[in-house]
Ligand binder design. Sequence first.
Ligand SMILES: *[C@@H]1O[C@H](CO)[C@@H](O)[C@H](O)[C@H]1NC(C)=O
Ligand SMILES: *[C@@H]1O[C@H](CO)[C@@H](O)[C@H](O)[C@H]1NC(C)=O
Length: 354
Amino acid sequence: MLMVLLLCAGCSSLEIANYSSSTHLHSVVINKPRGLIYIGGSNALLQLDTDLNHIETLNRGPFHYASTCGLNDSCPEGTLKDNEFKILELIQGKNYLLACGTSYQGICSFHSLSNISNYIIIGGDTKSQFVGSRKSSLVHYLPFGEKDLLYVFQEYDGRDFAFSPQVMSLRELATTSTASTMKLLVNNTIVSQFSAFDIMWKYKQEYFMQFVYTFEYEKHLYIVMNQQKDVATKDSIRIKIGRLCLAPDKDSLLRSYAEIELECKKGDTPYSFASSASMLNGTLFISASRLQDSDDKKVDQTAGSLLCAESMDMVTSAFTEVYSMCLLYPDPKKASMVDWNRNKNLSCRQDSVS
Ligand SMILES: *[C@@H]1O[C@H](CO)[C@@H](O)[C@H](O)[C@H]1NC(C)=O
Ligand SMILES: *[C@@H]1O[C@H](CO)[C@@H](O)[C@H](O)[C@H]1NC(C)=O
């Protein structure tokens, strides 16, 4: 159970409205012009007004899951799993709410903003309509001219490779009056050009790469991750930040991607697992923990957590240095993170300890 609290801005006295739900809640989107709030939960989407009065609930899930079941399978061999709606995004261009759960390998749906119970499922080709992950996944919506584009980060969650999109991709949403699809912006199998890249298949099942936070800053898209140091050292997890040019016309194949390591330390002790991150007014904040056991990624609660902060100016200049070291962009076919991790250590300033 989780409670949503809303402060009444502009009121002379402080009023707090509250709404409590019997389901786990994951994501919240506020639609100010319409005065509506949408919430993604476990097996449900909720629609409230800004006074937190309940308007509509759409129940979707639990559904049968097995790693080998696709979109159209009833999946009798699977087990019932909750459908976790962790991704909600307002698609301004089309005036829809995009919602992605974890069921059916992470398919998404478009919902009417006035009533979330009116929706359509988003189709595509074999895999590029899957967004949700039973581990981590994040999206960044980019309206681009007439196009609605989505940068998608999806952690591999053990599914059959037939349903596994690349870990990072750029997709286009297309809607007609009857159907909606999500596909890679560029998918040219003949010349092997894709607006996506992946961990090499032989490592994909094992390689740890968890997506924590994505944000836009000065025409670039950043992604904060927990990632193993390299292919060989599985037990060595680092906080990394990746960067892409937010220019789908000039960089449709995501060749501008580079990443650097972020260090968050208390004295000499590294806190190398990011639990959350946030960028505010040009400063990146990361709350970091220590891992008790890198194999099962259990956080050591006794070590507490560290809040690190770094100015985006520093992050930007570290990336500029990385780019100048590698003037040539790599061949996109080889552009898997495992192939070309470019490391540049960047120390986070230690601001406070809790
Ligand atoms: C939303 O749409 C559903 C299905 O069309 C309908 O049953 C429900 O009453 C509508 N809810 C509201 C608040 O209009
Ligand atoms: C690219 O398009 C082909 C044909 O439509 C499809 O089978 C394939 O899954 C697509 N690739 C990706 C990575 O989405």
